[in-house]
Structure formats: structure tokens, C-alpha cells
Design a protein around this ligand. Structure first.
Ligand code: SAM
Ligand code: SF4
Length: 326
């Protein structure tokens, strides 16, 4: 078991496997797009698997694959299979759901345990606007496919933005009466993508909780795993509601994660500038012992907490959410 300098157990790795995406969500990507990494800059399958193998020696219990849009990566099925074969107890993937319906069965067979699907609205026109062109019908199909093949519990990530989709907080919460989905409301975080971010656009956890309390009485609900989500069930519902509040109420004392960026840097905190390059040493031929040292160093420099509240406007380094993996 690996603990950081603040006695937090670190057992969760999030890996961004590509910075490319087939959507341009208004809160994640600038309208003119991003300059993407060139192919040789991206970690290869072998490098990713090697890193996970080394990190797993220290007791990883959970790995999440993200991006960019992870399903755009070539050989995604092979990569999932290789990571699962390392013995990772819980392997999940976050996707926008555009390509999932055709891949769900193969992903499950390859060893993927479950998925988070990002869906900020149930309205087709609004979806097109918020994703700059996405077709919501494909996401509905993917949700069905994920349920059908048992990539469950299916989690839906919703980012409420004031005066954009905050009128859908209740409809999303109410979905948990019909479906055993986990609806996860994530506070809007600053990412430098021209139009959207202003602090007042962020609907806070407190506001979300007040809203969903009007639907029925809320029971606090714990499910497997630790982490930043505070979970509730509305009395009589089958699904779960999670609220993640990086902006209004930082959850750093519960943080159990490290991130690996698409270009091979370990990022101890989503919001910190510190990164440890593992790709360059790997390509220079270092042995596993050296990779272990770098991994342990990243754990040791994990900051006690982020300063998002204090410095939200100045976080230029968050402009690459799709590169770091949100
Ligand atoms: N493309 C995949 C997707 O959309 O699910 C995976 C990558 S995406 C960066 C991962 C998650 O980050 C998504 O659920 C997305 O809603 C969230 N995200 C992106 N930008 C965000 C922002 N500015 N504030 C809060 N969440 C954000
Ligand atoms: Fe792409 Fe996901 Fe970012 Fe949307 S949130 S632009 S789907 S990476």
C-alpha cells in the first residue's frame, strides 16, 4: 500500500490515452480546436502497460482510461485487455458515448468493468450546441449497449452550467427512479476554452443538493471505492446520485489518485503544474526500478490540496483538460 506525504492512500490511476476527440464540448475545448500531440509524442500501448504494471506493484485498486475520447485510440480493445490482464481489480473508462455502442461488447470481453458516459443534456438540440455538433441518438444507443453487455453500474457524468443546462438537474436526478444509473453531477471547472468559464456559471454542489432535495428525501449512500463523490439516493429510487465539487468544496483530503497524461507525464494533481516525465526515461532505456522511483516520487510530491478556489482565473495550465484527462 502506498501513502503520500499527507497519509492518503494512493491506489487509483487515471490514464489519458489520447488528446484527440470527436466532439468539442463548450467547457472543454476551444471552438477553434487544440493543437494536438503528434503521434510519436503519445505513449505507446507497451509504455502504458509497462507503467501500469510497475505502479500495480504498489497496490492499484482502480484504473480509469480517459482522454480526449479514449475510444478513438487504435487498438483500444487490445490495450484494455493488456491492462486488465495485469490483475487490476477495477478497470473503467470515461467516454462521450459517440462510439461506444459498436464497441461495448468487445470492451466487456476484453475485461473492462464499467463505463462513465458524459451526457450534459437530454435534449438533442442542446446536445448539438453543447458538444458543437454531437448526435445524441448515438449516446442513447451507447447507454443501452453498456447496460446490455453489463458495463455496469453505468455512470452518467453531467456538468451543469448556469443558464445553459441547469434546468436539467432535476430531470437527470429523476432518472434514478427508473434506472439504476449513477448520475454524477460535476461542478464546472475552469478550462481555457474561450466562451464558457466564469465562476458564476458554476452551479455549486450546495445548489445541486438543494435542488435534488425537492424531488424526495435523500439518503446518504456509500458505494464501493473511496474518492471525491458524495453519494445519495432519493428515497424510492433505484439509481444513485453523486456530487463532485472541486470548485466550491475541495475534496483533496479524500484524493486517492494520480494521473498519467497522454504524452507520458505523471500528474500528481489535476490542478497542479508539477509533472514527472516517464516517457523520456523509458525511451532512454531505464529499468523498471527507475520507473518505480519516478512513480513513488510523484506520490510524494502530491500536493496537500489544490488552490482552485483561490486562483481559478489564473489556471492557464488547465486549458488542456482533454490532454490531462478530466
Ligand atoms: N471524452 C470523454 C468524455 O467526455 O467523457 C473523456 C474525457 S473528458 C475530458 C472527461 C470528463 O471531464 C467528462 O465527463 C467531461 O464532462 C469532464 N469535463 C471536461 N471539461 C470539464 C470542465 N471544464 N469542468 C468540469 N468537467 C469537465
Ligand atoms: Fe471531448 Fe470529452 Fe472534452 Fe467533450 S469533454 S470535448 S467529449 S474530451
Amino acid at each position: 500500500m502506498l501513502k503520500d506525504s499527507y497519509n492518503r492512500r494512493i491506489d487509483y490511476l487515471r490514464i489519458s490515452i489520447t488528446d484527440k476527440c470527436n466532439l468539442k464540448c463548450v467547457y472543454c475545448m476551444p471552438s477553434k480546436g487544440l493543437k494536438h500531440f503528434k503521434d510519436p509524442e503519445i505513449m505507446t500501448d507497451e509504455e502504458i502497460v509497462r507503467f501500469v504494471r510497475v505502479a500495480h506493484k504498489y497496490g492499484l485498486s482502480k484504473v480509469r482510461i480517459t482522454g480526449g475520447e479514449p475510444l478513438m485510440r487504435k487498438n483500444i480493445i487490445g490495450l484494455i485487455s493488456s491492462i486488465k490482464q495485469l490483475g487490476i481489480p477495477e478497470l473503467s473508462l470515461t467516454t462521450n458515448g459517440i462510439m461506444l455502442s459498436g464497441l461495448a461488447g468487445e470492451l466487456k470481453k476484453a475485461g473492462l468493468d464499467r463505463v462513465n458516459i458524459s451526457l450534459d443534456t437530454m435534449d438533442a438540440g442542446r446536445y448539438k450546441m453543447m458538444t458543437r455538433g454531437g448526435d445524441i441518438a448515438r449516446v442513447w444507443k451507447s447507454l443501452e449497449a453498456a447496460e446490455r453487455v453489463g458495463l455496469s453500474p453505468v455512470k452518467i457524468n453531467v456538468v451543469p452550467i448556469r443558464d445553459v443546462n441547469d434546468d436539467e438537474i432535476l430531470p437527470f436526478a429523476s432518472l434514478t427512479f427508473q434506472k439504476d444509473y449513477h448520475i454524477r453531477f460535476i461542478e464546472l471547472m475552469p478550462a481555457v476554452c474561450d466562451e464558457v468559464w466564469r465562476k458564476e456559471k458554476c452551479v455549486t454542489a450546495k445548489e445541486i443538493l438543494e435542488m435534488i432535495s425537492t424531488v424526495g428525501s435523500l439518503e446518504s449512500f456509500e458505494f464501493r471505492g473511496r474518492g471525491p463523490s458524495r453519494n445519495y439516493r432519493i428515497k424510492g429510487a433505484v439509481g444513485v446520485i453523486g456530487i463532485i465539487s472541486p470548485v466550491s468544496d475541495h475534496f483533496c483530503s479524500f484524493c486517492n489518485r494520480l494521473r498519467l497524461t497522454a504524452d507520458g507525464k505523471i500528474r500528481p494533481c489535476l490542478f497542479s503544474k508539477d509533472e514527472i516525465d516517464i516517457k523520456t526515461p523509458m525511451r532512454a532505456g531505464v529499468d523498471d526500478e527507475e520507473i518505480e522511483k519516478l512513480f513513488c516520487r510523484a506520490v510524494q510530491i502530491k500536493p496537500q490540496r489544490h488552490l482552485l478556489n483561490e486562483r481559478a482565473g489564473a489556471l492557464g495550465h488547465l486549458n488542456t483538460m482533454s490532454k490531462i484527462g478530466g
